[in-house]
Design a protein around this ligand. Sequence first.
Ligand code: NAP
Ligand code: GDP
Length: 318
Amino acid sequence: MSQGKVIIVTGGTGLVGKAIETIVTEENRKGETWIFLSSKDGDLCDYKATENIFKKYKPTHVIHLAAMVGGLFHNLSHNLDFLRNNLRINNNVLQISFETGVKKVVSCLSTCIFPGKASYPLDETMLHNGSPHPSNFGYSYAKRLIDVANHAYNEQHGCMFTSVIPCNTFGPHDNFNLESSHVIPGLMRKLHDIIEKGDDKFCVWGSGTPIRQFIYSLDLAKLILWVLRNYEEIEPILLCVDDEAQVTIKQVAEALAKSFNFKGDIVFDTSKTDGQHKMTSNNAKLRSYLPDFQFTPFDVAIKETVEWFKANYKTARL
Ligand code: NAP
Ligand code: GDP
């Protein structure tokens, strides 16, 4: 990018926002001013508050991460909130970006919003080819409409609004709250607490057989920065690890137990749902642009995240 860019990151205090902050701080590029927003800067569900943020910072570029985000169990019980909050946030951010002449917006979708029934592996062309999984239809439809809006803003006004589709993401600064978290931070929190208490049973929800692709938040951050600077399509792009890197939830639990040096039993609570069995996605489009991108190996990323969590337990989002 050329000189004088002002980039705001909505959701800049979350898992992905903090990872982007880490990478841009390391890069220390000239000619880019970065602003990492939290909900304390203004509630993006509120049009006026969102407008005030844009008036204050006058961004030329936006990485739009802010969203109501949560794991399977939080989605199951809050589909309406996920739908309404995310519709409002996305509508405000995209419309005000248009009104204030933002040059490029990169928004975040997710592999969990693909059709619940599909042929695998999933790719970018399949996003709207059927209903999302019933467990998270509120979040999914709100997110899918970002892609619809991006095309409409481009057709009607020529805007360069695009989106990325990350697979399941984890890393430092995740949400470790047991009720709302995704599986990796949820299981890390459980392990930490049972080790503190001296318990010897590590309870994993569901059967352990679902399959997921996990990306380390710092790898995702690098890829989102590449999209901001280099990707010129309105169509979304999957930002996910290679197919062969997929793991079962049982393997995730075992990797975490190893990292925590937990020697007790891993038990599966099959009274809890598994959610989607898989969301296996194909990163061929990403690989056509970046054939040599090196993803951090899963075990290394898990180890670094566990170390971060232990060192930051007192201030982490619990
Ligand atoms: P996160 O850790 O839960 O962070 C959410 C961020 O959004 C926080 O900075 C939060 O601000 C902000 N936010 C939420 N509601 C807001 C509101 N009403 N007004 C202003 N800010 C608000 O989420 P994440 O995991 O980093 O996710 C970032 C993006 O990636 C999301 O769009 C998500 O859908 C997508 N994604 C995530 C995953 C994953 O596995 N985590 C996978 C695929 C895609 P506060 O800190 O002030 O609360
Ligand atoms: P998903 O990938 O969108 O389904 O969301 P999650 O990350 O919440 O869940 C992934 C899988 O992990 C599901 O099959 C859950 O049943 C399973 N799981 C096992 N233990 C836990 C846990 O403690 N928290 C969460 N959120 N999921 C768990």
